[in-house]
Design a protein around this ligand. Structure first.
Ligand SMILES: Cc1cc2nc3c(=O)[nH]c(=O)nc-3n(C[C@H](O)[C@H](O)[C@H](O)COP(=O)(O)O)c2cc1C
Length: 233
C-alpha cells in the first residue's frame, strides 16, 4: 500500500463510516457457503482428458456459451480483451481433421503415419474443438506477456467451466496450432495468433476414476516448497 492510500485509509478510519457495501462474492459466500465448497471441489478435481479418449455426447451449444462466458471473466489488464475463440463442431470437425492432415503432409511429407493418424482422429473423437487465439497489441503499455497471460487465464477458465459442466477437455498445441495457414483458414486475422486447440467431449467414468489416485499422488508428489512459498519480508 502506498503512503497516499495509507493516509487515505487512516482518514477513513477517523470518520464515522456507513456500513460498507459487501462485495457480491462475500454475500454469495455468506448465503450459500456450500456453493463455494462445491466450486473448490470442482477446481481441485480437474484433470485433462486425452483427446482420443473423448467421445459423445458433447457439450450443448448453451454449455459451450457458458464456458466461453467463464473465459471472458479472466483477469484482463487494460481491458484489452485479447482472447479469441473459434468453435468447431459437427461436420466442421471433419474439415478441421482434413485441414490438419493436409498441412502436416505439406509441412513434412515424411511425417510418420502414426502422427498423422492421431491429428486426424483427435477432432473427430472430441465433440467440440475450440481454437484459442490472442490478439496481442505490440508497443502497448500493457506488455505483450501480460496479454498472453490473460489469454492463458481465459483458457483455464474455459477448461474449468467444461469440467464443471461434466465434460472432459484438454488444451493441445503442436505444429498445427502454430501453422499460419491453419490460423488463416480458421479465420484468425493477421494480427491474431492461434495458441492451440481445446478438445471437449464426454469422458468415461472409468477414465476419471482411474485418474483420481493420480490426483492424490500428484498432490503428494508436488514439491510445494519449490513452487509455493511464503515471503515474510
Ligand atoms: C499452452 C499449453 C499447451 C499444451 N500443449 C500440449 C500438447 O501439444 N500436447 C500434449 O500432450 N499436452 C499439451 N499440454 C498439456 C495438456 O494440456 C495437459 O495439461 C497435460 O496433459 C497434463 O494434464 P493435466 O492438465 O491434467 O495436468 C499443453 C498445455 C498447455 C498449458
Amino acid at each position: 500500500m502506498d503512503t497516499e492510500s495509507q493516509s487515505g485509509s487512516q482518514a477513513e478510519l477517523r470518520q464515522p463510516q456507513p456500513a460498507r457495501a459487501q462485495h457480491a462474492a462475500q454475500v454469495e459466500h455468506a448465503q450459500h457457503p456450500e456453493r463455494g465448497a462445491a466450486a473448490l471441489a470442482t477446481l481441485l478435481s480437474r484433470r485433462s482428458v486425452p483427446a482420443l479418449q473423448l467421445h459423445g455426447p458433447g457439450p450443448r451449444d448453451a454449455e459451450v456459451d457458458t464456458a466461453i462466458d467463464a473465459a471472458l471473466h479472466a483477469p484482463d489488464h487494460g481491458l484489452l480483451r485479447p482472447w479469441r475463440f473459434v468453435v468447431i463442431r459437427g461436420a466442421a470437425r471433419e474439415r478441421l481433421s482434413e485441414l490438419f492432415v493436409r498441412r502436416m503432409l505439406e509441412r513434412d511429407p515424411t511425417i510418420p503415419e502414426g502422427k498423422v493418424h492421431k491429428a486426424r482422429s483427435q477432432p473427430l473423437a472430441a465433440q467440440v474443438v475450440i481454437a484459442v487465439g490472442a490478439r496481442i497489441l505490440r508497443e502497448h503499455k500493457v506488455p505483450e506477456l501480460e496479454q498472453l497471460l490473460s489469454t492463458g487465464a481465459a483458457v483455464m477458465n474455459l477448461l474449468n467451466a467444461f469440467h464443471a459442466q461434466g465434460y472432459g477437455a484438454i488444451w493441445l498445441t503442436g505444429g498445427n496450432a502454430y501453422d499460419p495457414q491453419i490460423a488463416a483458414a480458421l479465420g484468425f486475422a493477421a494480427d491474431e495468433r492461434c495458441l492451440g486447440f481445446v478438445y471437449v467431449g464426454s469422458a468415461d467414468t472409468a477414465t476419471r476414476e482411474a485418474d483420481a489416485p493420480r490426483v492424490e499422488a500428484d498432490a503428494r508428489r508436488v514439491q510445494r516448497g519449490a513452487i509455493a512459498r511464503e515471503w515474510t519480508g
